[in-house]
Design a protein around this ligand. Sequence first.
Ligand SMILES: Nc1ncnc2c1ncn2[C@@H]1O[C@H](COP(=O)(O)OP(=O)(O)OP(=O)(O)O)[C@@H](O)[C@H]1O
Length: 342
Amino acid sequence: MITINNLSKTFKTKDHTVQAVDDVSIDIEKGDIYGVIGYSGAGKSTFVRLINRLEDPTDGEIILNGQDMTDLSKAQLRLERQKIGMIFQHFNLLWSRTVYENIAFPLEIAGIPKANREEKVLELIELVGLKGRENSYPSQLSGGQKQRVGIARSLANDPKVLLCDEATSALDPETTDDILDLLVSINEKLDLTIILITHEMHVIQKICHRVAVMEQGHVVEQGDVLDVFMNPQSKTTKRFVQQLNPQEGSVEELKDFITSDERSKVVKLHFVGHNAKRALISDVSKQFDINVNILQGSISPTQEGAYGTLYVEFQGEPETIEDVMNYVKTTGVGVEVIDHVD
Ligand SMILES: Nc1ncnc2c1ncn2[C@@H]1O[C@H](COP(=O)(O)OP(=O)(O)OP(=O)(O)O)[C@@H](O)[C@H]1O
């Protein structure tokens, strides 16, 4: 649905040049919730602003439903932009207008007659859970409620795509989760494609189907959320994945819990999706003549199923441990031998 080819943006100021987005190529399917994560300065905001042409690219293509967004006249761009909604970290509401009037505003701009706006505005107010607050002003609302107005306003012209620029970064954790739940519900109800940028792995974990990791303008890794969580390649991705399991310290920290038995082996097991429900440890203990020492573990739910890791020490004869490892692999649970514990 959205194909981004070799997209680049260079900012030139008087004394320096910044390559904010550098040769980014991404495919986003209809109905996807696609997350772009990166640290501050990675180029995320610039990337998302290029998609609806709030910034002009220096190079590359953005094909939205077959239409190249980089090849439009001003009038065509105005029309195409209506198919792309956007929400912002600081909501960008009109402070002198009520909730109702904020949501009606894009319909006014699109030239929809007043009489025809009401049904749409009320429907959106209901959709985002703000019934009863129609006549409130933004200053009378909580952060979460303000973002609900932002979401309703972004949906007024029935966009096909919603861009979210750090939409939950100004909210507390509980309100963040409520807004993320709302995004999932509108993604499902309206079959809306959502592209969100964030620096929080929790946001990716909770709602995204696919993810790209940005660093210094580049996409360093992209793919299905579970694949990326399971097998992070770049240093930056590994740091982000570790945010999900903060208690999962360095392997060094596990050494105090390991027996001094030379024949034992420490392994990290990766459980994904329905495998996370498997009673693997008791299964292995019953079937093989080994002891299992559990060192550390955690589990995180994602949009695509659960993702968990478990560090264990297998104690027993080397051949038996080898048999156990082979058995674990046949169950679809990932096994990684940790070599350097001491
Ligand atoms: N209008 C601009 N003029 C000059 N440089 C810019 C401009 N906008 C962004 N940049 C630079 O481009 C780089 C990427 O910035 P961008 O805001 O896209 O990153 P980000 O990942 O969204 O970070 P943050 O979350 O801190 O906003 C930064 O080095 C920034 O200073």
